[in-house]
Design a protein around this ligand. Structure first.
Ligand code: ARG
Length: 471
């Protein structure tokens, strides 16, 4: 028998049950749902709809249900359609008639919206934490290797020399933007839908702000229809995770390239590579390939949710039940990738000599000659043209650019620019890739990292203390 059986003469058809039930995936929300229910009970007592003693009895039953879940001994009844009904059914079993008061002035519609917001905020804390850990790993590698440099690329063609720290910090900056976006989204979703009822609120004298406060939300909803139908928070979280996933995929692709024999800039530790079942010599950077690949499903989860939401009439529609699995999947996947990428970078040996000799490629000095000419007053377009001619001469004659420059009376004074590391040290404009501006950048980066960390700590300490289960 279901909790709504009063109006129905038959149970659900078999096919409908499988389609309809969501317990199989939403049971992981139990801790957040119970937390929301306990606040709701306090709200009912506050409103005088439940006596203090009744409230204590219902909360005790909810605590017992939580203990059953935590210990892995909660038993699903065949009629439990979702986590919300399973918990309520069990509360009624444990507390008797008084348990049947739990759902007063509440609908599953405002209940699920509340539970899912609490889950999403908590998931954001975990993702932000893991992202900041990766930022720290990247920054630490740069700091340990502060003289190491490599070629920077455009069009995947060698362009200009850059410090390894500058390169890894570029990834760190993008990850810090992801963190900011996630915490911004968390601030926006910090509104309690509890008390919106099915869609229009209730005739009972409840106070949504009271329960919002108990649950650590900044405020309660202003519009009950919006409260139960809004899934912007899921879409935003999915976008932010997809964007993070795209960043991770670009980093993954780079590690794949760096660890090829062709680049040979880096080797990953054995623990972060795999062998081949056939070719004994193989050492594959699967971790980086999977980081690259996972972004596909993260984008897919976002797309699926947006398409599901599109065109839904107000307010709650059962379609909204399809909001859970995409988010669960994205959270699970991105946490795995973040942990694996942190480990992979930590295990990485960077081949400074190989990277430096690639970065000391003489053609990368061409811009420095042109810039020297600009410093002497030559208009840049003319300087570009003159150096371009030197490069053309070197390429067509098969001689080294350095020799062409050394043998040309008009340019020989620039030959010292070809010495190893010189081009790198000349990059000195603010935010550039050389050692002169590295200090200022790392001060800004560590300030931004610290701010992000403080934001996370503030968010966690404002949130209810729930031990989340992995989705
Ligand atoms: N399992 C449902 C969901 O995730 C709960 C809400 C059901 N509400 C309803 N009116 N059928 O959305």
């Amino acid at each position: 028998m279901t909790l709504w059986s009063g109006r129905f003469s038959s149970g659900m058809g078999d096919g409908l049950w499988d389609l309809s039930e969501s317990y199989s995936f939403d049971h992981v929300l139990y801790a957040f749902d119970i937390l929301g229910s306990k606040a709701h009970v306090e709200g009912l007592v506050h409103a005088g709809l439940v006596t203090k003693e009744e409230g204590i009895a219902i909360v005790a039953a909810l605590d017992e249900v939580l203990a059953e879940f935590t210990a892995g001994r909660f038993e699903r009844a065949t009629s439990d359609e979702d986590i919300h009904m399973a918990i309520e059914r069990r509360v009624i079993e444990l507390a008797g008639d008084v348990g049947a008061k739990l759902h007063s002035a509440r609908s599953r519609n405002d209940q699920v919206a509340t539970t899912f917001r609490l889950f999403t905020m908590s998931a954001i804390h975990r993702i932000v934490d893991a992202t900041l850990e990766l930022v720290d790993v990247l920054v630490a590698i740069g700091e340990r290797n502060d003289a190491v440099y490599l070629p920077g690329y455009t069009h995947l063609q060698r362009a200009q020399p850059i410090l390894l720290s500058h390169h890894l910090n570029a990834h760190a900056w993008s990850l810090l933007r992801d963190v900011d976006r996630l915490l911004d989204a968390r601030e926006r979703m910090n509104v309690s839908p509890l008390g919106a009822g099915a869609l229009a609120g209730t005739s009972l004298a409840i106070d949504p702000s009271f329960v919002a406060d108990l649950l650590g939300f900044d405020s309660a909803f202003a519009n009950s229809l919006d409260a139960v139908s809004d899934r912007d928070f899921v879409a935003e979280a999915l976008f932010d995770v997809a964007m993070l996933g795209v960043h991770l995929s670009r980093m993954g692709e780079e590690l794949v390239l760096w660890t090829t024999a062709e680049f040979n800039f880096a080797t990953l530790g054995d623990a972060f590579t795999t062998g081949s079942s056939m070719l004994p010599q193989k050492k594959n950077s699967d971790v980086a390939e999977l980081a690259r690949a996972k972004s596909g499903r993260l984008v897919g989860n976002l797309t699926g949710l947006l398409v599901m939401l599109k065109g839904l009439p107000l307010a709650y529609n059962r379609d909204l039940q399809e909001d859970k699995e995409p988010l669960f999947d994205s959270v699970r996947q991105v946490l795995m990738v973040l942990a694996a990428m942190s480990g992979a970078y930590e295990s990485m040996t960077f081949h400074a000599d190989v990277a430096a000799s690639a970065a000391d490629d003489q053609y990368l000095v061409a811009i420095d000659i042109a810039e020297e000419l600009v410093g002497e007053g030559v208009p840049f377009r003319q300087a570009h043209e003159q150096v371009g001619r030197l490069v053309g001469e070197a390429v067509s004659s098969g001689r080294a650019l350095r020799d062409v420059v050394a043998e040309s009376p008009a340019f020989e004074r620039f030959v010292g620019l070809f010495d190893p590391g010189v081009a790198l040290r000349r990059r000195r404009s603010p935010g550039s890739s050389g050692p002169v501006s590295a200090g200022a950048q790392s001060a800004r980066l560590s300030a931004a990292r610290q701010r992000a960390g403080e934001r996370l700590v503030a968010a966690i300490s404002a949130a209810p203390d729930v031990e989340p289960r992995d989705p």
